[in-house]
Design a protein around this ligand. Structure first.
Ligand code: NAD
Length: 298
């Protein structure tokens, strides 16, 4: 296929490289020229640069994938002057893989649908490692026939491609999962810190939790206590992984969506406030498991 790709950052660049690897041709755009140059150079004659989002569509593409930081960037790329929806998008599939709030996703999908485009929201989990390896999970909202049509394309970038329902539902799945992840990481950190402060060896405690009813992904795969697991951020100074500020962003999306739908999320709100405090203390760049620092002496 001939594809557009907009947003060639930490996630977008490796995803675009996997599309080239699968044999697709790309027309790319990013506001950072260096990101565009690197991808065009990587793709040699199969990747070309466009000057604006609308220009990505100029030579005729089957689908466009966007991978942008937040809702404001998505709205500008789709709805702005020179945005994708200022061009002729009839019959083009537009796939937004950015993590944004479900309401904004539905707003953009409505305008896209009115212009004759076919839109999917398809946020991902799996991080930059999953983007490199082509093993991301895609949570997809939109019309099911379009999902079925695009599934093989998404499989060039991901391993689990899951249909979640109508427009915005991919984002709903993403924010619900990440809210639970934030809550469970804080809970695991609290429990580990309590046990160690009362005299338990952290590895023995983690072993008990992981074969008992407290077990969760944060305890058995990504334990926040240093030295319990190898090859996780807690054992390398909380570097790499999923930044606390990104977790804070996702908790903000969850609590905002909850507010708009009048749905109580007391633990999600508390988790958001705890990560906000942690970020204010200057730790936003550390992996999100570093939240255990809130409960330990050093
Ligand atoms: P990033 O900041 O590295 O990349 C975003 C890219 O978008 C940058 O290259 C930036 O220049 C470009 N951009 C910004 N505004 C633009 C505009 N108006 N037009 C064109 N390009 C523009 O971010 P990322 O880490 O690649 O994350 C992208 C999205 O994926 C975010 O919504 C994030 O929450 C989500 N996500 C990230 C991870 C992760 O581990 N990094 C994991 C899952 C989901």
């Amino acid at each position: 296929m001939k594809l557009g790709f907009i947003g060639l950052g930490n996630m977008g660049a490796p995803m675009a490289r996997n599309l080239l690897k699968a044999g697709h041709d790309l027309v790319v755009f990013d506001v950072v020229q260096g990101n565009v140059d690197a991808l065009v150079q990587h793709g040699q004659d199969r990747a070309t640069a466009a000057a604006t989002p609308a220009a990505v569509l100029a030579g005729g593409v089957d689908a466009v994938i966007t991978m942008l930081p937040a809702a404001q960037h998505v709205k500008s790329v789709y709805l702005g002057n020179d945005g994708l929806l200022s061009a002729n998008v009839k019959g083009v599939v537009l796939i937004d893989s950015s993590t944004i709030d479900p309401m904004s996703a539905r707003e953009v999908a409505k305008v896209a649908g009115d212009k004759g485009a076919l839109m999917l929201d398809a946020p991902v989990s799996g991080g930059t490692g999953g983007a490199e390896a082509g093993t991301l999970t895609f949570m997809v909202g939109g019309e099911e026939p379009i999902f079925n049509q695009m599934k093989p394309l998404l499989q060039a970038m991901g391993k689990n491609i899951v249909y979640c329902g109508g427009a915005g539902n991919g984002q709903v799945a993403k924010v619900a999962n990440n809210m639970l992840l934030g809550i469970s990481m804080i809970g695991t950190a609290e429990a580990m810190a309590l046990g160690v402060s009362l005299g338990m060896d952290p590895k023995v405690l983690a072993g008990i939790i992981n074969t008992s009813s407290g077990r969760c992904w944060s305890s058995d795969t990504y334990n926040p206590y240093p030295g319990v697991l190898e090859n996780v951020p807690s054992s390398r100074g909380y570097t790499g992984g999923f930044g606390s500020d990104l977790m804070l962003k996702d908790l903000g999306l969850a609590t905002e969506a909850a507010k708009l739908s009048k749905q109580p999320v007391p633990l999600g709100s508390l988790a958001q406030q705890i990560y906000q405090t942690f970020s204010m203390q200057g730790h936003g760049g550390l992996d999100f498991s570093a939240i255990i620092k809130m409960f330990t002496k050093k």
